[in-house]
Design a protein around this ligand. Structure first.
Ligand code: ADP
Ligand code: MG
Length: 308
């Protein structure tokens, strides 16, 4: 099978953990163990989130603005940095487990539309959470925007829809040669094409939407969104949520899901199967193998299979 698997933020940093390289390395040992059986037997493409990482890189760059002539490093460049950094850590963790397999981390440019309404409405939270006082004391470029996250504040950036992956032919070549590819990290590097010329743009693409686009454009057999819950639950806030096992786009459309977390995952899965993708699944990273075999998680296909 050709599988596009998206690693959630939890694979790298859990809530409350420090954003250190060592933490990410430690967490990725478990992530690599979950992914290794897939890399061993399937054509595997791995994407990952970058919200905390790209936010930290932006703060680091802002702290050195004096040395860079006052320039705020743009988000496309920071996105590329985060893709290289996280991709490197994932690749190393996997290659240590599977020395006989070949891996490649690929910087991925993803075209977006300059007219995307998301540019006027920054909605994607990146970086750390701040109290009112911390935000007031923060040394930051004037154009950064912030929004509330509960009691605290977080930087918000534009998150336009991914339209086209520029490296698609290279990704295809690698997969066909048996190379497991780590790409589209942090949703990929957002770029615009104007008069045939490609240039980066200030945004962070949603990694679930980018994964869905990759799965569609590569004709994947399975879109796998790996996160920290067993699947999608209509009554998610209940004491014992009822996780959906086999479901359809029509049933999922009925649910009201948060835009910042489960919403884009479900939307990406719906778009994949409605575009002809055979199957999409959402569930826990540690259940990766069972998600592939269809025995765990929320499994989505266009039509619900008839009960046997
Ligand atoms: P990731 O980093 O894997 O993308 P997110 O935090 O963006 O993770 O999305 C997963 C989270 O979505 C879960 O941890 C859960 O708290 C939240 N969530 C919100 N609504 C639901 C729902 N109806 N069913 C399952 N999870 C939900
Ligand atoms: Mg998410």
């Amino acid at each position: 099978m050709r599988i596009v698997a998206a690693l959630g933020g939890n694979a790298l940093i859990r809530r409350g953990q420090p954003l250190s390289v060592q933490t990410q390395r430690d967490n990725l040992v478990a992530a690599a163990q979950a992914l290794a059986p897939l890399a061993r037997t399937h054509e595997l493409l791995i994407t990952h989130g970058n919200g905390p990482q790209v936010g930290l890189l932006a703060l680091q760059a802002a702290a050195y603005a004096g040395q860079s002539g006052g320039e705020a490093t743009p988000l496309d460049v920071l996105g590329a940095e985060s893709e290289g950094m996280v991709g490197y850590l994932i690749e190393q963790a996997l290659a240590n487990l599977l020395p006989e397999r070949r891996f490649a981390t690929l910087l991925t440019q993803v075209e977006v539309d300059s007219a995307d309404p998301a540019f006027a409405h920054p909605s994607k939270p990146i970086g750390p959470l701040y109290s009112e006082a911390e935000l007031a004391a923060l040394v930051r470029p004037a154009h950064w925007q912030f929004g509330r996250d509960g009691e605290r504040w977080r930087r918000l950036v534009a998150s336009p829809r991914p339209l086209q992956v520029l490296e698609l032919p290279v990704i295809r070549l690698l997969l066909e040669q048996g190379v497991s590819v780590i790409c589209g990290g942090g949703g990929g590097i957002p770029v615009l094409r104007r008069d045939g010329v490609v240039h980066g743009v200030e945004a962070v693409i949603d990694k679930d939407h980018a994964s869905g686009l990759l799965a569609r454009q590569l004709g994947a057999d399975l879109l796998l969104l790996l996160t920290d819950v067993p699947g999608v639950a209509p009554d998610f806030r209940a004491a014992e949520p009822q996780w959906l096992h086999r479901t359809t786009p029509a049933a999922l459309r009925e649910l009201a899901l948060p835009a910042g977390s489960m919403g884009p995952k479900v939307q990406a899965c719906i778009e994949f199967v409605e575009a002809g993708g055979p199957r999409a699944a959402i569930g826990r990273l540690e259940d990766a193998t069972a998600l592939v075999s269809g025995s765990a998680g929320t499994q989505l296909s266009k039509l619900r299979p008839a009960p046997r």
